[in-house]
Design a protein around this ligand. Structure first.
Ligand code: C2E
Ligand code: MG
Length: 764
């Protein structure tokens, strides 16, 4: 609207000058012909003047009132324009079809164009093309329906994101000159629209996140017992089978596992009453009525406008996969993955229960500790695959042997434990015998026949201990004793055994320290070449000197080192020391000497045996032909096939190979030939009996002759007298070794001894 409009009315405009107004009035008076020619009398003139005066005053009053109302009108018009122009809402007046005729400042700002430029432009030009059709419908509607039409539209322009307006159109006041005008209000709703969009976005994100995380939620109005919204995934089926439009808490709980239902409901109700209580719960449910799933829920208290707790929010997450993974992890932690038997952890758990119930019922339990003989050799020789299959076979046989209620566990490696209810020690012994019989037959694996006899130690509850640890420890000790007697035996816990094992335990600790601190030494026993009468070789013998008292003999060290798996390290040290000694003797001008080294069973079958030996020879620049390796018959027969392979490699290296302790076991001479050895050493037990039994000379004679027939060089060990030496010389034995020839000596002592011998042989 513009302020230059004129007042409405039909007469000439009102003059502001009174003289002009008087002249106009007189002129009009004459024009109307109302002037008289007769002059009025004095009274009439006075009365007329009075009337005119009164009338004049009336007119002045009227004028004043008119002037006042004009001022008020001007003021109100100015206020109106101010309100119109400065209103925060954009106002437009449109002429058909939608041309802008008037615009206030807010409209100017919203449409982003100066008012002068807006005039005569169509409003549609400012509406985003995406919303234009909608706008056209809205803008047409007011004319047709005569009531305001609304619409929300995006504005065309460079604003990012685009501005939004709420447009409200109404027909203009009827005006004869402009009958089709419309008044339009534009309200900037950009902020609301952006907030709405942000809300929609965050709802979409929340929906996605809840989907991905397997979340769902509902609110429970605990005063009215209503759930909002109905729990997703949970069929709103009531406990009575009816479908509920307004589900209650009990309807949701109907899908819960019956073992979890009451607990979950109690927890939810308790939280509603005390929102600072526990807020997490887990339960199983079958929301789709088909598959049972695990849920983890978190509870939150929601307050109303007055800050009073009103609703309870439950957010639940499907944790079925996690539960399954936990169950699997638990199963794996509790079971040996290879055999499926109970693990040490599960043994602890279940045996503790068995002990408690045996204690209550006054019953006895037996703890059987199994160790497999030669299992490590199988592992080392035939590989871990074969070893694993043997262990699986053992587990199968143990399951078949024991009752379902007995507890069978694998402790790791080749050790198994069974905890069984028994009536007395006899029953425990019968059970152990049965287990040995079942485990005895060989396992057929990869075409091999692998035998693994068990040694069993048995402790009894309550006699030998109150706790599982005590019973296990004692059964373990008894098992070692059984193993020492011979594999395939069982042994009960005894007091003397406990004492012995305590001593062995302290020895074990000392042995480890001795190896770490280099406390071992070697003694060298001369070996006589009978034909030449020369000592041209020695046997290296392990010694463990003690600060007080006699050195600990190898007969004690070697079995202990074997059982502790330290023998490879000790053997490795022996080799290095022998190489060093050979060089020292050469430097001392001794003639070239051969050196015999004893190899124990685990050392022989150790996977790094040959590699480490080769490395030592290379590093010390020692000729392998100086060495003859003494391997006992028992070692070779432990795993004949593997032994042959190892011997072949050693021979390829250049070392001589000798079977030690010959005559102690039931030697198979046929096998001897197949092993392609260089020699054998007759055990000193046989030589020492030469003068004691009538048949022994014949036996020794036979051994020497048979050995020669097999092209083996024979050494007689334990020559203690001249007659012993004379006998073996007569039998054409090749070498002799014994106290009569020379005691075991240190490296330095041997130099002096050898020089002495050479001087004696040379004579005075
Ligand atoms: P072995 O290989 O049969 O060694 C001969 C044993 O007989 C040695 O006992 C030696 O001192 C003893 N001996 C030799 N001549 C006589 C004699 O005339 N009279 C008597 N009474 N004894 C005699 P030692 O040193 O106690 O060794 C015992 C066994 O320990 C050895 O028997 C050998 O099998 C083993 N051994 C010794 N040193 C080592 C070693 O470094 N490594 C391995 N693996 N075993 C070793
Ligand atoms: Mg020997």
């Amino acid at each position: 609207m513009n302020q230059q409009r004129h007042d409405s009315g039909t007469g000439p405009p009102l003059a502001s000058d009174p003289l002009v107004r008087r002249a106009r009035a007189e002129a009009e008076l004459y024009a109307r012909g109302e002037t008289s020619t007769e002059p009025p009398s004095l009274e009439e003139a006075q009365a007329l003047v009075h009337e005119l005066r009164v009338h004049q005053i009336e007119l002045e009053h009227q004028n004043e009132a008119l002037r006042q109302s004009q001022i008020e009108l001007e003021e109100s018009r100015a206020r109106y324009f101010e309100l119109y122009d400065l209103a925060p809402v954009g106002y437009l007046t449109l002429s058909p079809p939608d041309l802008i005729e008037e615009a206030n400042r807010a409209a100017e700002a919203l449409l982003g164009m100066a008012r002068a430029n807006l005039i005569k432009r169509p409003l549609s030009q400012f509406i985003d093309s995406r919303d234009r059709a909608l706008y056209q419908r809205a803008i047409q509607a007011p004319l047709a329906h005569h009531f305001p039409q609304r619409g929300e539209f995006r504005l065309q322009g460079s604003r990012k994101p685009p501005g939004w307006i709420l447009l409200q159109a109404a027909p203009g006041a009827l005006h004869p000159a402009q009958p089709n005008r419309r008044h339009v209000a534009l309200i900037d709703i950009s902020a609301r629209k952006h907030n709405e969009q942000a809300l929609l976005d965050s709802q979409a994100r929340l929906r996605l996140a809840t989907e991905v995380a397997g979340l769902s939620f509902w609110e429970w109005d605990w005063q009215e017992d209503r759930l909002y919204p109905p729990p997703a995934g949970f069929s709103a089926t009531r406990t009575d089978g009816e479908t509920s439009a307004e589900p209650r808490l009990s309807d949701w709980a109907a899908a819960l596992h019956e073992e979890d239902r009451d607990r979950a409901l109690a927890a939810i109700r308790a939280f509603a009453a005390h929102p600072d209580g526990p807020r997490e719960l887990q339960y199983r449910a079958t929301p789709d009525g088909v598959r049972e799933r695990w849920f983890l829920s978190r509870l939150e208290s929601l307050r109303d406008g007055a800050g009073q707790p009103r609703r309870l929010l439950l957010v639940q997450q499907d944790i079925t996969h996690r539960k399954q993974a936990e169950d699997e992890a638990l199963y794996l932690a509790q079971h040996d993955p290879l055999t499926g038997l109970a693990s040490r952890a599960l043994l602890d758990q279940l045996a503790t229960h068995m002990l408690a119930s045996a204690r209550r019922a006054n019953e006895q339990l037996a703890v059987l500790f199994f160790d497999l003989d030669r299992f490590k050799v199988i592992n080392d020789t035939h590989g871990h695959g074969a070893g694993d299959r043997v262990l699986q076979g053992i587990a199968r046989r143990l399951r078949a042997c024991f009752r379902a209620e007995d507890l069978i566990a694998r402790m790791g490696g080749d050790e198994f434990v069974v905890v069984a209810r028994i009536h007395d020690a006899d029953e425990a012994a019968r059970t152990a015998r049965k287990a040995i019989a079942i485990l005895e037959p060989p396992h057929a694996i990869n075409g091999l026949s692998l035998r693994c006899l068990p040694s069993i130690g048995i402790s009894l509850f309550p006699r030998d201990g109150e706790t599982l640890d005590a019973l296990l420890q004692r059964a373990d000790i008894a098992m070692y004793q059984a193993k020492r007697i011979s594999p395939g035996h069982y042994q009960f816990v005894t007091e003397s055994l406990n004492r012995k094992v305590e001593a062995a335990t302290s020895l074990e600790q000392r042995l480890r320290e001795a190896l770490a601190h280099g406390e071992f030494s070697l003694a060298y026993q001369p070996m006589l070449d009978i034909a030449s009468g020369q000592v041209n070789a020695v046997e290296a013998l392990l010694r463990w000197p003690q600060p007080e008292g006699e050195p600990i003999p190898p007969g004690t060290i070697i079995p202990l080192a074997e059982s502790l798996h330290l023998i490879h390290e000790i053997g490795h040290w022996v080799f290095g020391e022998c190489c060093r000694q050979l060089h020292a003797w050469r430097q001392a001008q001794l003639p070239p000497l051969g050196i015999a080294i004893n190899i124990s069973t685990r050392q022989f079958y150790h996977p790094r045996f040959i590699a480490d030996l080769t490395a030592t020879l290379r590093d010390t620049h020692t000729d392998p032909r100086c060495f003859s390796l003494q391997i006992s018959e028992a070692t070779l027969l432990e795993s004949l096939d593997s032994a042959k392979l190892i011997l072949a490699e050693l021979r390829a290296l250049g070392a001589r190979l000798v079977m030690d302790d010959f005559g102690l076991g039931c030697s198979s001479l046929c096998e001897l030939e197949g092993l392609a050895l260089d020699g054998l050493a007759i055990d000193r037990a046989l030589i020492q009996r030469l003068g004691l039994t009538a048949s022994m000379p014949a036996i020794v004679n036979l051994i020497i002759h048979l050995s020669h027939a097999l092209h083996l060089e024979v050494t007689a060990v334990g020559i203690e007298s001249e007659s012993d030496l004379a006998f073996v010389r007569e039998q054409h034995c090749d070498r002799a070794q014994g106290h009569y020839i020379g005691m075991p000596l240190s490296g330095a002592e041997f130099i002096a001894w050898h020089r002495q011998q050479t001087r004696c042989a040379a004579g005075p």
